[in-house]
Design a protein around this ligand. Structure first.
Ligand code: FES
Length: 154
């Protein structure tokens, strides 16, 4: 697997040094590395001729950008209104205890990243969680346990 520095080099070669290419460069790094390391952010902003604060404001505005390395599997628990009313918050707290991390963090073994989202567009199935690409409807801690075990065995 290529290191972030090599990937970065190939990304910079693809785009002119102009601010309008900032987001494309960030997307490419994110796609190839799974996250944007601080060194990459600095070099990309320099290449795009924008202040580093602009790079971070773009990366924090769009939820799809990650500024930390991500776990092999992503768990998303919905905390939108329908899911919140049906126990979404308890599911998150349960996962935080079980995985010994807080929301937004990754387990020490880099296996799982726990994120919360506002609505997954599947409110009728509330509470909803997603493990990688698998939607879990009417989620319970037991259903989540089963999905995490299955993900670990992949
Ligand atoms: S509120 Fe959870 S899917 Fe819509």
């Amino acid at each position: 697997m290529l290191q972030q520095a090599e990937i970065l080099e190939s990304v910079l070669e693809r785009y002119p040094s102009k601010p309008e290419y900032l987001i494309f460069m960030l997307q490419d790094i994110q796609a190839d590395c799974g996250y944007i390391a601080p060194e990459s952010m600095e070099i990309i902003c320099e290449h795009a001729n924008v202040p580093i604060t602009q790079g971070y404001s773009v990366a924090t505005f769009y939820q799809s950008f990650r500024l930390e390395p991500q776990g092999e599997h992503e768990i998303k628990v919905c905390l939108g209104t329908a899911c919140h009313l049906k126990g979404g918050e308890r599911l998150v707290e349960n996962l935080e205890r079980k995985l010994d991390i807080h929301r937004g963090e990754t387990t020490e073994d880099m296996m799982f990243t726990l994120n919360t989202v506002n609505c997954l567009g599947a409110c009728a199935m509330a509470p909803v969680a997603v493990v990688d690409d698998e939607y879990i409807s009417s989620t319970t801690p037991a259903k989540l346990d089963k999905s995490l075990k299955a993900a670990q065995q992949q």
